[in-house]
Design a binder for this molecule. Structure first.
Ligand SMILES: Cc1ncc(C[n+]2csc(CCOP(=O)(O)OP(=O)(O)O)c2C)c(N)n1
Ligand SMILES: [Mg+2]
Length: 543
């Protein structure tokens, strides 16, 4: 036991858990925490954004691109609320929010204390897997141990703690080096594996669908795919689990070509958004085996064989059970390669996006990362940008929140300082977080920001033209000069007026980005982009 403040104990807990970076903006209610943080600056690096939403997205990018825990801190009320879109987006990642709170004596009083927000803990609980308040400094180790238990076990999801200002500064005899709490193991039941094996033996056209819950199970999944001769289809979070270079790795556009014949779907760590929401029309539903670590998820889309388990453990168990006497079907590799090649031809009509994405793929090293954005090039990247490994294409998932991209990419680059990071943006979305260019300059974070500028909320504008008799409302924009804007922050900036210029600027940006951020503006004629939606939502339009 050692007498220390709650803030010091939180910081020590973070250090013990190997947290090396925290994102946040200090304020009155969190002064004691930032003061404690400064005493550990050689162990925990502080990155200070220019808006709290940036802190949330940066922690999200950090977590999503690594599978590790991303941490941010915000003052209560407006500070915490500024991070809530990011917290929603972090739905499938290990993000820890450390929230300030009004002094204990004012909790729930409604007197209007600085930054007071009624039932902040209730709000955080709705947005996270688990949240709690530290009500006394002595509780710090127990609450932090619980927070890390939830962060590291079961489904990867965000967690929050809030701490009243006086408690952050309060001292108590505290035991550091707290023990890890036991967490659920989620091994598959033998009976469920046996049922799954029965379905797998009967299946003529199985399809595996993977999501972000399977990013650590790639080699088992590819072995299973080869054994049962199934394509492995991913939409966003599952991209790269099986490489797009493998004949078994399918994006959503290529996967849809096989869908009508599928008689058995094996969903692994995925909400199955493609068959559930995007592919249904006119297609007979197949039987379903679902592997998911989240027991609450498994009841949402009922399967013939639900398996509540870790995706790696369950896939290994399936392999073991199948390897006894499973008769491997004839190879479909040539068929798969042909379907993928045909699909690749089909999607070439999504121009100019596919041409830009090709240049990006050519220039980006194989281990580089791309952060998408809700924009024409971003949507197209979901199927048009080949991905080789998990965590290499970072998306905002089903929140589809415009404006996350650049801010997220800063966290991605902080977590992957030696890798090249491209951040895709439209002129609309980038303005949600362009101020973080100051953060990237100050902390020398070498993200390469690509602004595809069509002077419009282009996706909305096209919808209005197509579905509202051409009545364009609120979707045309007047923008700043993005090159001058970037330069005013001190960043290197280019404007690419042709594909050749884009390639040359991108190659140069990879070199420039070793010392700081680089911005490339790519002017696009308003309304000139082909829609990517027929490949994302073939059964009907919508997001
Ligand atoms: C938080 C949020 N607000 C609004 C939207 C609705 N929305 C979807 S796409 C879009 C326009 C995107 O414009 P831009 O970033 O310029 O990309 P473009 O489609 O022009 O390539 C808007 C407003 C959204 N998805 N998320
Ligand atoms: Mg635009």
């Amino acid at each position: 036991m050692k007498e220390m403040t709650c803030s010091e104990a939180i910081v020590q807990a973070l250090v013990e858990q190997g947290i090396g970076t925290i994102f946040g903006i200090p304020g009155a209610q969190t002064y004691p925490f930032f003061d404690a943080l400064s005493k550990y600056e050689d162990q925990i690096k502080l990155v200070v954004p220019r808006h709290e939403q940036g802190a949330g997205y940066m922690a999200y990018g950090y977590a999503n691109s690594t599978g590790k825990i991303g941490v941010y801190c915000a003052v209560p009320g407006p500070g915490v609320l500024n991070t809530t879109a990011a917290l929603c987006t972090a739905h499938n990642t290990r993000v820890l929010c450390i929230a300030g709170q009004v002094p204990s004596a004012y909790l729930g009083v409604g007197h209007g204390m600085l930054h007071e927000l009624a039932d902040q803990l209730g709000i955080l609980r709705r947005l996270t897997k688990w949240s709690d308040r530290i009500n006394h400094a002595a509780e710090t180790p127990a609450i932090m141990a619980n927070a890390f238990k939830h962060l590291t076990s079961g489904r990867a999801q965000p967690v929050a703690i809030e701490v009243p200002m006086d408690i952050l500064a309060e001292t108590a005899p505290i035991q550091v080096n707290f023990p890890a709490l036991p967490s659920a193991a989620y091994a598959p039941r033998e009976s469920a594996i046996a049922q799954a094996v029965t379905l797998l033996r009967e299946a003529k056209h199985p399809m595996i669908m993977v999501g972000s819950g399977a990013t650590h199970a790639g080699s088992e999944i590819e072995t299973l795919a080869k054994l049962i001769q199934a394509p492995v289809v991913s939409f966003r979070g599952g991209r790269g689990i099986v490489s797009d270079e493998s004949p078994y790795g399918f994006n959503c556009a290529a996967g849809y070509k096989l869908y009508k014949d599928v008689d058995l779907t094996i969903g692994i760590g995925s909400r199955l958004e493609l068959p559930a929401f995007r592919w249904q029309e006119g297609v007979a539903p197949s039987k379903l085996i679902r592997i998911d670590i989240d027991p609450t998820q498994i009841v949402r889309l009922r399967a013939e064989v639900p398996i509540v388990a870790d995706s790696k453990l369950a896939t290994s168990a399936l392999l073991k059970a199948l390897q006894k006497d499973f008769v491997q079907p004839p190879s479909r590799e040539e068929e798969f390669k042909q379907i993928k090649a045909d699909s690749w031809q089909d999607i070439q009509k999504v121009q100019p996006q596919m041409s830009y994405l090709k240049i990006m793929r050519d220039v980006l090293p194989d281990d580089g990362l791309v952060v998408e954005e809700i924009s024409q090039v971003g949507f197209t990247s979901w199927f048009g940008f080949p991905v080789f490994k998990p965590h290499q294409l970072i998306t905002c998932g089903y929140q589809a929140n415009l404006g996350h991209g650049f801010q997220t990419s800063i966290g991605v680059k902080v977590a992957n300082p030696d890798k090249v990071v491209f951040s895709i943006a439209g002129d609309g979305g980038v303005m949600f977080g362009i101020q973080e260019l100051a953060t990237a300059m100050q902390f020398k974070i070498g993200v390469i920001l690509l602004i595809f500028n069509n002077n419009a909320y282009g996706n909305v504008r096209r919808d209005q033209i197509n579905f509202y008799d051409g009545n364009i409302v609120g979707s045309e924009l007047v923008n700043p000069d993005f090159v001058k804007l970037a330069e005013s922050f001190g960043a290197t900036a280019y404007r690419s007026n042709s594909y050749d210029e884009f390639r040359a600027h991108l190659e140069q940006a990879v070199i420039d980005s070793t010392s700081g951020p680089v911005v490339i503006e790519i002017p696009c004629e308003r309304g000139s982009e082909a829609s990517a939606w027929e490949f994302l939502q073939p059964a009907g339009y919508g997001q």
